[in-house]
Ligand binder design. Structure first.
Ligand code: COA
Ligand code: MG
Length: 302
């Protein structure tokens, strides 16, 4: 998933624009962008939207952000949307991996009741929204086989910590840089997708581009969006470039041509197993984003 577009689920207008935004995934929001009194309607709209959107052939993945596990809303959120068959659930404000495990069990019960056991919803956990969670990030590793990704957020954490801003100049201030980086490392340790957080200044395309470039270089595989205009930039910046793909292909070929060799050389530089692993990762991402044909072309003769 390169781009994940948040859509407030109580807004019929925004829901009607969501499918054509070009996002790899939509996150229908029942949490912070929806006022409490509108949640019952938002649940019904989200379920109706998922039921309709699932029919389309070429559709984005459909995720729902439910309310936190310790809220009064989460049970109704899960019961309201699981029968429609979302691809996944975005979990806000977990305090540890134990909360991901608890959500997973609740989803299993709801799927059982809805006769949807064959379609287990995935979990994308936002792991830096409470200080307790940040201090226990390693507990997320192996917390649930449903968990496919991790993301981070600055707004909720800064409200708890009392930070007046999570940004300094063009970049992040140091506590928020720390949690971003820890999210990336924890996702890598858990072997799930690291997804970068939202860029809220949605008219600043150059700023978004800069932030995407940095995130993609560091290893994030995608970024959450809040506005349809952000989707194309995110998709572009998280798709490996032709040059990156070519370079990765060259590395994979160098090892394929020397089976059994642990080390190879390319243009006077040493290549060993980490280079091969990284090249394979780049090619897998290129394939997932449609930048590569499913079967590589045969090697040229001569
Ligand atoms: N999903 C789908 N459509 C959206 C959208 C979104 N996230 N954000 C905006 N649009 C639509 C608008 O409805 C508008 O269409 P319209 O002219 O037919 O009404 C069009 O895109 C252009 O929107 P624009 O006028 O530029 O922005 P806005 O002022 O209407 O909305 C926000 C700005 C920030 C309120 C809106 O983008 C939004 O709600 N984003 C998601 C917020 C969210 O989910 N936050 C929680 C996660 S942090
Ligand atoms: Mg929030």
């Amino acid at each position: 998933m390169r781009s994940l577009l948040f859509v407030p689920a109580d807004s019929e207008r925004k829901l009607s624009k969501a499918l054509s935004a070009g996002a790899d995934a939509l996150i229908l929001d029942l949490e912070d962008s929806v006022a409490a009194e509108h949640r019952p309607r938002a649940r019904a709209l989200a379920a109706e939207f998922i039921t309709g959107a699932r029919q389309a052939n070429d559709r984005p993945l459909l995720y729902v952000r439910v309310n936190p596990l310790d809220s009064a809303d989460v049970e109704a959120d899960i019961a309201g949307v699981i029968p429609a068959g979302p691809d996944g659930i975005v979990q806000p404000k977990p305090n540890s991996g134990q909360d991901v495990h608890r959500l997973s069990i609740a989803l299993g019960h709801a799927e059982e009741r809805a006769g949807r056991r064959d379609f287990p919803a995935r979990i994308l956990a936002i792991v830096t929204e409470t200080p307790a969670s940040v201090l226990q990030l390693s507990t997320y590793i192996g917390s649930s086989s449903r968990m496919i990704g991790m993301s981070w957020g600055a707004e909720d954490l800064s409200a708890v910590v009392g930070s007046l801003s999570s940004r300094r100049g063009r970049g992040l201030s140091s506590p928020y840089r720390l949690v971003r980086d820890l999210c990336l490392l924890t996702a890598a340790a858990a072997d799930v997708e690291p997804i970068d957080t939202v860029f809220v200044d949605f008219r600043d395309e150059a700023g978004l581009r800069r932030e995407c470039e940095e995130a993609a270089q560091d290893g994030f595989t995608g970024k959450m969006a809040i506005h349809p205009d952000q989707v194309a930039v995110i998709n572009e910046m998280f798709t490996p470039s032709d040059i990156e793909i070519q370079h990765a292909n060259t590395i994979v070929r160098a090892f394929a041509e020397n089976p059994g060799a642990g080390v190879a050389s390319l243009n006077g530089k040493m290549l060993d197993q980490p280079h091969l692993k990284l090249a394979q990762k780049v090619l897998a991402r290129a394939l997932a984003s449609g930048a590569l044909p499913a079967t590589p072309p045969p090697p040229t003769q001569g």
